[in-house]
Ligand binder design. Structure first.
Ligand code: ATP
Ligand code: MG
Length: 273
């Protein structure tokens, strides 16, 4: 399998992180390779957000080691971390848009603030428009986040995550609190964002269905539609890996088939049968 040979994009080695008496991450070890899709499941408070923030270097582990793009970021200086973060797109759980900035300024933020990217000012507007077109919100440039619906804000967050064209995308509970139709739109955009650029994609969620869609569908740029993976004669872009966190511990890691066959009651409760 070619994916065996692809480089590791994100590696945790026995990573632990506690907040006073809460073990948010408890000796978590994992490896995500280039082109893979990883679905991170776990109930509320199991450590999904902490794991993603640790991958970004926003939180520092108490013990263990974190590698991103082959570089050890565990004790990396903030200035170097900026360069790593320039290659990661993130949709924060609460959206993370700046209320006092317009939609245009919000989406431009990573382009303007990450020196490594060196985007000329005349390029910025074009890239922002393209990213907003991608999520079908090009008409909202001048608006403020408070003028948009929750689902629209989430789409702006996706545009901001994609605007730098990053090789690694992290989505934190992207469908939480959305109605099923809007949730479907969001997942479609995540699949499209993954498949257009072949980006490694990690998504935290408590909705198993979100994960199965990422596993089952791929975006066909020719037709502009989602299609069942492998339907055009090509194998799916990459494997989808499922992981389950429980109280900071990684209690399951494997394929969808392995997840669906898992007898552990905590793991099984995420799977709709
Ligand atoms: N800044 C913090 N200070 C103190 N405790 C924290 C902090 N951030 C997270 N925690 C604790 O760490 C644990 C893991 O939190 P985390 O936010 O990662 O959960 P989660 O899996 O993302 O949950 P949810 O599904 O509700 O988003 C929780 O017990 C939480 O209360
Ligand atoms: Mg969370």
């Amino acid at each position: 399998m070619p994916e065996q040979a692809s480089p590791v994009v994100l590696r945790f080695e026995k990573v632990s992180l506690a907040f006073e008496d809460v073990r948010a991450l408890d000796e978590v070890s994992l490896e995500i390779r280039r082109g893979e899709t990883c679905i991170l499941l776990g109930s509320a408070g199991s450590g999904k957000t902490v794991l993603l923030k640790t991958a970004l270097g926003l939180l520092r582990p108490d013990r263990g080691r974190v590698e991103v793009f082959g570089q050890d970021i565990t004790r990396m200086r903030e200035s170097q971390l900026f360069d790593i973060r320039a290659r990661i797109g993130i949709l924060f759980q609460e959206g993370g848009l700046f209320d006092s900035l317009t939609i245009e300024e919000n989406v431009a933020y990573p382009l303007v603030n990450q020196k490594l990217l060196r985007v000329p000012p005349e390029e910025v507007r074009k890239r922002v428009e393209q990213a907003l077109e991608f999520v079908e919100l090009e008409h909202t440039l001048e608006k403020y986040p408070s003028e948009l619906s929750g689902g629209m804000r989430r789409r702006v967050g996706i545009a901001r995550a994609l605007v730098t064209d990053p090789p690694l995308l992290l989505y934190d509970s992207p469908t939480a609190g959305l109605d099923p139709i809007t949730a479907c739109t969001i997942i479609t955009l995540i699949i499209k964002g993954r498949d257009v650029r072949r980006a490694t994609t990690v998504m935290a969620t408590h909705r198993y269905q979100d994960g199965t869609w990422l596993d089952e569908f791929r975006y066909n740029p020719k037709s502009g539609r989602l299609e069942p993976a492998g339907s055009d004669g090509q194998p799916g872009l990459s494997g989808t890996k499922f992981m389950v966190l429980r109280q900071g511990k990684l209690v399951f890691e494997g394929s969808r088939a392995e997840l669906e066959a898992c007898q552990d009651p905590y793991v099984a409760k995420f799977v709709k049968r």
